[in-house]
Design a protein around this ligand. Structure first.
Ligand code: XMP
Length: 317
């Protein structure tokens, strides 16, 4: 792919000139954008790129460990930070979706700032911002969106005073993926579905507990692995399970159960701004439903979301 390859080459050259011998901090999310931004910078400035990957306790099952390993395997200078408990504490009893986002954003900034301070003498903050983030600032991937609402009082955290470098600012998602491919990044990272910064917190309707997170992680893993095994994952823009604040009656053997309900969502889209629900095969949905109900304790009902955006959104919160 000539266009993507020459973009990568030119960008690496530009980054070398722009950054010189200075140190850059970058927050990795596990997503495509921050990963591609990191590799471009790594090729330009090597060990002067310091990556920080925060476990907010709201990622998919095993995601943090697996992605951290993948990053290390790519030679990135990355520090993994487990801050789950801080996020759970800040979310305790919170039901309102926007309040969840604000509290998560605030903890993220505190955790990230503390880590960033450990990189002495850093002068740049790199971000994986892509073009749709620039035009639709509503759901920016990464810290910048939430930062604004939180730190206009009391001054900015130190890392926000760094010079910003955004090598993907003019690209769309498919272009980012093509650039990533020419850089030799594995399909496992390049092909990932988008995943929201607040993670499973906005896929658990109502308040969040570590138990609910664990339950949803199990259901989500069965669903996502099922999509991969059935060869459906790459046909879907984004998919995930949502834990509903609903209990309903079921039967298990001779027992009457009164347990939780999970909704499955899968959409096709080109940029996330509009989306259609995926017509996944009934057989597939039936299999996944059985597996979830049989294997995940606390769930006795599975439903499939057939709403498109607009008027529904991709996420339920
Ligand atoms: P909606 O639900 O608005 O989602 O149709 C559109 C895309 O944005 C993602 N999304 C978010 N990403 N922080 C993020 O980083 C957020 O607060 C957030 N809310 C939604 C969503 O997963 C989808 O890809």
């Amino acid at each position: 792919d000539y266009t993507a390859a020459s973009f990568a080459e030119e960008t690496i050259d530009k980054l070398k000139k722009e950054v010189g011998n200075e140190k850059v901090i970058l927050g990795l999310s596990g997503g495509v954008d921050s990963s591609v931004a990191a590799v471009l910078l790594h090729k330009a400035i090597g060990e002067n790129l310091h990556c920080i990957f925060v476990d907010n306790g709201l990622l998919r099952k095993n995601e943090f460990e697996e992605v951290l390993e993948a990053y290390k395997g790519m030679g990135l200078n990355v520090r993994g930070v487990n801050a789950s408990q801080q996020f759970y504490d800040a979310l305790k009893g919170i039901k309102d979706p926007e309040q969840k986002r604000k509290n998560i954003g605030k903890v993220f900034i505190d955790v990230f700032d503390a880590e960033a301070k450990k990189v002495e003498g850093a002068t740049f903050l790199a971000q994986g911002t892509i073009y749709p983030d620039v035009i639709e600032s509503v759901s920016v991937n990464g810290p910048s969106a939430t930062i604004k609402s939180h730190h206009n009082v009391g001054g900015l955290p130190d890392f926000m005073k760094l010079k910003i470098v955004e090598p993907l600012r003019l690209l769309f998602k498919d272009e980012v993926r093509r650039v990533g491919k020419t850089l030799g990044i594995s399909d496992k990272i390049i092909g990932r579905h988008p995943f929201p910064g607040p993670g499973l917190a906005i896929r658990i309707l109502g308040d969040i507990t570590p138990e609910k997170v664990a339950m949803l992680q199990e259901a989500d893993a069965i669903y996502i692995n099922g999509l991969k095994e059935a060869g459906l994952y790459d046909q879907v823009w984004q998919a995930g399970a949502i834990l509903l604040p609903v209990q309903s009656v079921g039967v298990m053997g001779d027992e009457r159960t009164y347990e939780n309900c999970v909704a499955l969502r899968a959409v096709t889209s080109t940029d996330g701004m509009t989306a259609d629900w995926c017509h996944l095969p009934y057989e597939f949905l039936g299999e996944i439903s059985n597996k979830i109900i049989n294997r995940v304790k606390g769930i006795n009902r599975v439903v499939y979301d057939i709403s498109s955006k607009p008027p529904a959104t991709i996420e339920w919160e």
